[in-house]
Design a protein around this ligand. Structure first.
Ligand SMILES: Nc1ncnc2c1ncn2[C@@H]1O[C@H](COP(=O)(O)OP(=O)(O)OP(=O)(O)O)[C@@H](O)[C@H]1O
Ligand SMILES: [Mg+2]
Length: 236
């Protein structure tokens, strides 16, 4: 049994049928990357797992416990954290206040995190801890959003395009942190646009196309499959 199991998930926005039976499994402490072109349904998959978009069919379970149809807050408390594409910080609260807002009780089976550890990961946030989050750069807001989600002590963290629009050095820092949190026992589902990053850090990669998983394998499998890359990833 995998830690997170998603079985035959369907989702709609109004009358638009977006997810057509997404099935995926995430082992303990593994990084799994979800790739695909714009509009392929990657963000919707994460939102449907979180209950932010109610699945119209299918099931989501964490460590064997069925979470299908639960409220997003409850799904989060059960151990699934979410870092959305749009960096969600409280702009009028300081960096440190934002971190405090993210703190939750320990979750069984998940490592517990402290604000000190967040500052060790991102010394820049420590320097700016008294600054209101609305004044941070995009990269700093991304770091803050990741830290706030980690402080909820998730067993699995769903991260949507964390490197989008970041300077290359910051991309490196964020990737190192993601590798380290997995090393410490948090599984990660990473939605990425950049194939090189996904291939470098993920244990398994999945490719989405038109609301379905069209490929699952190791990074090496994908690297030697030009057909899949041409059909589902590269911009024509
Ligand atoms: N709130 C919404 N209402 C209606 N349609 C939506 C909504 N959000 C997304 N869609 C549509 O659902 C499809 C899948 O979108 P999704 O955001 O999951 O894609 P994605 O793979 O994350 O790509 P990207 O992040 O590059 O847009 C797209 O066709 C998109 O236009
Ligand atoms: Mg998206």
């Amino acid at each position: 049994m995998s830690l997170l199991e998603v079985q035959g998930l369907h989702a709609h926005y109004g009358k638009s049928h977006i997810l057509h039976g997404v099935t995926l499994a995430v082992p303990e402490a593994a990084i799994v990357s979800l790739l695909g072109r714009n509009g392929s349904g990657r963000s919707t998959t994460l939102k449907a797992i979180m209950g932010l978009v109610p699945p119209s069919a299918g099931a989501v379970s964490l460590a064997g416990r069925d979470l299908t149809g639960r409220r997003p807050y409850d799904i989060c408390r059960q151990g699934i954290g979410f870092v959305p594409e749009e960096r969600l910080v409280f702009p009028n609260l300081t960096v440190e206040e934002n971190l405090v807002m993210g703190m939750q009780k320990p979750v069984t089976g998940a490592p517990a995190w402290s604000i000190t550890q967040m500052y060790d990961y991102f010394p820049r946030l420590k320097e700016r801890r008294a600054v209101r989050a609305g004044y941070l750069s995009g990269g700093e807001q991304q770091m803050l959003t990741i830290c706030r989600s980690l402080l909820g002590n998730p067993r699995v963290l769903l991260i949507d395009e964390p490197t989008e629009g970041l300077a290359p050095q910051i991309v490196e820092v964020v990737m190192d942190v993601i590798l380290d949190i997995a090393r410490r026992g948090v599984a990660v589902v990473l939605v990425e646009q950049k194939l090189t990053i996904a291939l470098k850090i993920a244990a398994r990669v999945m490719v989405m196309g038109h609301g379905e998983i069209v490929f699952t394998g190791t990074p090496a499998d994908l690297a030697r499959d030009p057909e899949i890359r041409r059909t589902w990833l590269e911009v024509a």
